[in-house]
Ligand binder design. Structure first.
Ligand SMILES: [Zn+2]
Length: 428
């Protein structure tokens, strides 16, 4: 299997199975209900783990939660820890409802502070970092390879964290001194404070996966400075860190309606409520993980329509396409080659058209869509109405049959006539 790596600027082959594949995906900063865009790295990470298992690998996925951060202090002055705890629960609930399970580890920054302090101490010892006024900064000029991931040149860089005593505007904070109004802080050799954002990920990844691991993922917006800084910190201690860097394209809001409601950001919860889990997952399949993806009422409606065609394939079960030479490997090749979900989705549609339902069920299950192949059981009362309708039709009492059909629909079910019998399908 191979994946495109931002660092190599090329496709990179994974070692053959049953190799261990250790993966670290940057997770959300928790201060509100998570934005639907945050679901993409989560979904890509979970799908990759499922696919690697399917191919005989031994994957481990770490997905971190940033629960100490300026954004959280700003959102809840004096009570950021409570907000972070609450928003962590929201996030876990929301992504769990996507039905893909959770990562093997969901570490929180606030739970790794002693390890972070140790890491910073080692950087200072090696002269890669310096303390100023209770802050600690990474000395970027000490790293000749800085910019290896993002291609940023020193003269193009802006000062992200201005401080009059910094040696160089490019230097970034590893530790930040406690300020008034910041309710979370820890003791350290440099005084009370809290970790910077970038150091958190270097430490959590290495604590849970080791100093060298296979895949580091996250949104394309994290390449610089976040991931550039993670690499600088870890390599400063002589660690190889991640081999393959997978950056997912951003989710873009398009369409008039979406543009108007920009202030009202669509959350994962909102998308689940509006469209349902299966449509949200299918929507993400329609875009290659590296490319941007357009989120709009139109693209979501298209995804919903595809969901229905798959569900319908398992109702009545009549194949209408030409029988094709269908094999699992046709589908597997698409995913093994840079995890191309749009191409894999096209194969699923071919199987649907050809009535290859066993393969289709197996393929959908990889993406958390096995539910489309399951038949929902209608309540006994609905089944009775449908039976009465069948009998009315047999007696050529079409008026009664129509009335019964409408009653069934009002109760949320649709009757599909199949041969001499019928099937009941939930209406959506
Ligand atoms: Zn990170």
């Amino acid at each position: 299997m191979r994946l495109y790596s931002t660092l190599a600027r090329d496709l990179v082959e994974l070692p053959p199975p049953p190799a261990a594949v250790r993966m670290y995906f940057c997770g959300p900063t928790v201060y509100a209900r998570a934005h639907i865009g945050n679901a993409r790295p989560f979904v890509v990470g979970m799908w990759l783990r499922t696919w690697l298992r399917e191919r005989g690998y031994a994957p481990t996925l770490v997905h971190n939660i940033t629960d100490v951060n300026d954004k959280i202090y700003e959102a809840a002055p004096g009570a950021s820890a409570d907000l972070a705890a609450k928003a962590t629960r929201w996030y876990v609930e929301d992504v769990e409802d996507l039905g893909l399970g959770l990562a093997d580890h969901l570490p929180k920054a606030s739970e790794m502070v002693p390890q972070i302090v140790e890491f910073i101490r080692a950087l200072i010892e090696r002269d890669y970092a310096y303390a100023v006024d209770g802050d600690v900064y990474f000395r970027v000029a000490r790293d000749p390879g800085y910019g290896r991931l993002s291609g940023q040149r020193p003269d193009e860089m802006q000062d992200e964290e201005p401080h009059p005593l910094k040696e160089n505007p490019r230097d970034f904070a590893l530790w930040k001194a406690n300020k008034p109004g910041e309710d979370t802080s820890w003791e350290s050799p440099w005084g009370r404070g809290r970790p910077g954002w970038h150091i958190e990920c270097s430490v959590m990844a290495e604590e849970l996966l080791g100093a060298t691991f296979e895949i580091h993922g996250g949104g394309l917006d994290l390449v610089f400075p976040h991931h550039e800084n993670e690499i600088a910190q870890s390599r400063a201690l002589g660690h190889d860190f991640a081999r393959i860097w997978t950056h997912n394209g951003m989710l873009q809001f398009v369409g008039e309606k979406m543009a108007k409601s920009l202030g009202n950001v669509t959350t994962i919860r909102g998308a689940l409520d509006d469209w349902g889990r299966e449509t949200v997952l299918l929507f993400f399949m329609t875009g290659h993980w590296r490319k941007p993806i357009d989120f709009s009422d139109e693209t979501m409606a298209q995804a919903a329509a595809q969901v229905e065609t798959f569900r319908n394939a398992f109702v009545g079960s009549a194949a209408n396409g030409a029988p094709a030479r269908a094999e699992w490997e046709d589908f597997a090749q698409k995913l093994d080659d840079d995890f191309n979900t749009p191409d894999a989705l096209a194969v699923l549609h071919e199987w649907r058209a050809a009535g290859e339902l066993d393969l289709l069920r197996r393929g959908l299950t990889i993406f958390g869509l096995g539910s489309l192949a399951e038949r929902a059981e209608a309540p006994a009362e609905i089944v009775r109405l449908a039976e009465q309708r069948r009998d009315a039709r047999a007696a050529r009492d079409f008026e009664a049959a129509d009335r019964l059909r409408r009653d069934v629909e009002k109760a949320g079910w649709e009757i599909r006539d199949v041969g001499d019998g019928f099937e009941l399908v939930p209406r959506r």
